[in-house]
Write a protein that binds this ligand. Structure first.
Ligand code: BGC
Length: 748
């Protein structure tokens, strides 16, 4: 991982269905039967009631366990005593012991194993960096490794279903959950989510992919109607799911809260019946998001297989509906079969997760650090980085920079080994759970450890004049800026909170040798950019974030991350000047207790999300998608390409600087009349002076567009413009290839 990974070509993206295990490939499970045969025999041995029991999960934890009076807005589902046998996770389905089917323990995951710690403080896990940081690695192998780590820790805690795989594309750059997702590009997000899911399932733990679909903002998430044309949807958000599903084979998919083109996602016939189970022949189960079900029969007819915990228990009516002949017993069998077969396919029937397993904290924390380093993106550097040997005294400034690094909040929140520091936790344990949290990896201490010969002072930055004074006295300044994020809370704008923009401005005015380290889960504005010497986007950096930032700052580790999300120069460049439906009074953790009237969101950008929108509108972002500096220099040359049935591009990349470094060469292709799309990339590690030829095959799916009238994918014969570049905004080698016409029937 990270520093250890110095092999020449780290990753080349292609969509090849990669079975998670050899056994999965032919559907065989350990008892010599196919998963299908085994699942069928288990399900057919169940009574109808037993089959029905699988179609509903209940809360696996109880807020009663906090031992405090619960406010009235807490859902009933969270006030029930913890069910027998449950572990305190987000969901629980009792075992059907008679036929040997294990209980399902459904726990959250994005950045590590989450809510077992959420409801039972003290249950800690390895906090991985934000998923957005994982996307910034452009490294499928690392995503697989992250998944395996999550899967193994879940398994050791007795959890056999991970609510992981968040792949909502970043249509809204002020969305409070972007840190849980993989950015704005369907290929990058789809490939990495698929690998993460496959990694989890490699460890015999089922994974979801979520939230299906068009859930790119938190404001009004329970009620808004996402509107978009079919082709645009298929080429963007659905494409990310399609790639992720093909590659990762998730056991389950979670339908979203919102409506899509008029129908709630969890009763949406187009999404579930026509696309997911029709075109894609998805054989896993569809579970709802928590509280996303609005009906019984319409949901089941549309394709929903399992209701997750919620107060309005529509699925309680299932036995009566079957008796009345409204829902066929065959459909109930299908619902149960999808669940049992998925568990069989990941090996969860033969390998039973149980609490008390061994976790190698040290090894996993080291992996988390390597992942954090690989995801950090150097945005600006006038030469003051790496720090090594340049300064005798450094002023470290930043809110809680002496204590730790921010952790994304909400259902995905991990309690790292060593616990958390809560910012303004309030009086009771519930408000503490929902306060911005910091993992106890101190950036200050880590920098002191990295630079033992340097005098390092600390100021929390809360008083602008005092911070500027501290800056004046030091040779160099490192500001650790924070913008915490939490499920349920979007942002009004791109500014940094707590007066940090003004503080950075004053500090940089006092000392131009200022490095700003951003710890954010979204793009931010940088009104002070021209004044500072360097900017590093470190995201939420996880278990050993402090150490990871220090390693990049002093050059022990080479910056290699690339932006998975565009940084706009201002809100006026975006399709929406503010988050649609944004109401400051309704920004509450997890959206609990908030009521919105339904409203529409028209996604006028269609499939031209992020960098494609900038191209279409000829606007220049602050930093483009794919952007990231290194501590060395890379030259591009030797372009060769082959068109025809496929597009294959060769480029020679040379490290012309004086340090070892990692380059991510990106291939963007524009089908006739369309904007450029990321179609592949190559990540290469080169020593100073070293030169290497890389071959990037354009992913065939990215050359196709969806034809709504013909209901299939195709591409016209014609000139396909392309470029190999350092980012979506920095073409280095351009060309144009003639490709033959093609169509593809994606139905499987
Ligand atoms: C979130 C899901 C999560 C679920 C269970 C919901 O609020 O949207 O992502 O898996 O809660 O915790």
């Amino acid at each position: 991982m990270g520093r250890a990974m110095s092999t020449a070509i780290l990753a080349v993206a292609t969509i090849i269905a990669m079975p998670a295990t050899a056994k999965q490939a032919d559907g065989m499970t350990e008892q010599g039967k196919t998963a299908e045969e085994r699942a069928a025999s288990i399900v057919d041995a169940m009574t109808l009631d037993e089959q029905i029991s699988l179609t509903k999960s209940m809360s696996g934890g109880s807020l009663l366990d906090l031992g405090i009076p619960l406010p009235s807005f807490i859902p009933e589902a969270m006030r029930q005593p913890k069910p027998d046998g449950a572990l305190g996770t987000a969901g629980f389905v009792p075992a059907v012991d008679r036929v040997g089917f294990p209980a399902l323990h459904l726990g959250d995951a994005s950045l590590g194993v989450a809510d077992i710690g959420y409801l039972r403080p003290g249950q800690e896990s390895t906090a991985l960096p934000a998923t957005l940081s994982l996307a910034a690695t452009f490294d499928p192998a690392m995503a697989r490794e992250a998944g395996r780590l999550i899967g193994a820790e879940a398994f050791a805690k007795g959890i056999n279903v991970m609510l992981a795989g968040g792949v909502n594309l970043a249509r809204e750059l002020r969305n409070g959950r972007n840190f849980e997702y993989l950015g704005e590009d369907p290929l990058l997000a789809g490939v990495l989510v698929g690998e993460q899911i496959a990694g989890i399932q490699d460890r015999h733990v089922a994974s979801t992919i979520k939230h299906f679909t068009l859930n790119p903002q938190e404001s009004g998430r329970f009620v808004y109607d996402a509107r978009i044309g079919e082709a645009a949807l298929r080429e963007s958000d659905l494409l990310a799911f399609e790639i992720g599903i093909k590659r990762g084979k998730p056991a389950s998919i979670m339908c979203a809260y919102n409506k899509v083109n008029g129908a709630y996602a969890c009763e949406n016939e187009f999404l579930m019946r026509d696309v997911l189970k029709g075109d894609w022949q998805y054989s896993g189960w569809v579970m709802s998001d928590w509280g996303a079900v609005h009906s019984l029969k319409p949901s089941i007819d549309a394709g929903l297989d399992q209701q997750s915990p919620q107060d309005e228990d529509y699925f309680a009516g299932l036995p009566a509906a079957v008796k009345a002949g409204e829902i066929a017993p065959a459909r109930v069998r299908d619902m149960a079969l999808r669940i049992v077969r998925s568990m069989a396919l990941v090996g969860a029937l033969d390998h039973r997760a149980a609490p008390g397993g061994v976790i190698d904290r040290e090894a996993n924390s080291a992996k988390a650090q390597a992942m954090a380093e690989a995801g950090m993106v150097l945005l600006k550097n006038n030469g003051i980085l790496p720090l090594a040997s340049s300064a005798k005294s450094i002023a470290v400034i930043g809110r809680h920079a002496d204590k730790g690094v921010p952790i994304g909040g909400g259902s995905s929140q991990v309690i790292p080994w060593g616990g958390v520091y809560r910012d303004a936790p309030g009086a009771n344990p519930l408000s503490a759970l929902l306060a911005p949290s910091y993992g106890l990896s101190s950036p200050l201490k880590a920098l002191q450890a990295e630079l033992p010969g340097t005098a390092i002072s600390f100021d929390d930055g809360s008083d602008v004049a005092r911070a500027a004074e501290a800056a004046k006295k030091a040779d160099l300044v490192v500001i650790y800026a924070v913008k915490p994020e939490m499920e349920g809370i979007d942002h009004a704008d791109f500014s940094l909170p707590y007066g940090q923009d003004a503080m950075i401005d004053a500090v940089a005015s006092a000392n131009r040798k200022t490095v700003v380290v951003l710890q954010t889960g979204n793009p931010v504005a940088m009104p002070w950019l021209g004044k500072v010497g360097a900017v590093l986007e470190a995201w939420f950096s996880g278990q050993r974030g402090g150490e990871a930032m220090a390693a990049i700052l002093n050059g022990k580790s080479a910056p290699q991350g690339r932006l998975p999300i565009s940084f706009p120069a201002g809100a006026e460049q975006l399709t929406q000047k503010a988050v649609v439906g944004y109401d400051p009074a309704k920004q509450r953790p997890l959206g609990i207790g908030v009521k919105y009237d339904p409203f529409p969101i028209d996604y006028v950008e269609g499939s031209d999300i992020g960098y494609r929108w900038f191209e279409r509108t000829e606007a220049k972002p602050l930093f483009p998608f794919g952007y990231g500096l290194t501590y060395t220099r890379f030259d591009y040359g030797g372009l060769e390409f082959r068109g025809g049935k496929a597009l294959s591009v060769k480029a020679r990349i040379t490290n012309s600087g004086d340090r070892e470094g990692i380059e991510v060469a990106q291939l963007y292709v524009a089908p006739p009349g369309r904007t450029h799309r990321l179609a592949g990339w190559a990540k290469v590690s080169l020593k100073p002076g070293e030169s290497r030829e890389v071959t990037i095959e354009a992913d065939p799916w990215l050359l196709l567009s969806y034809d709504e009238a013909g209901k299939n994918w195709g591409r016209p014969r014609g000139e396909y413009r392309f470029f190999v570049g350092k980012s979506a905004g920095e073409p280095m080698l351009t060309g144009s290839a003639v490709l033959t016409a093609a169509t593809e029937d994606r139905k499987r």
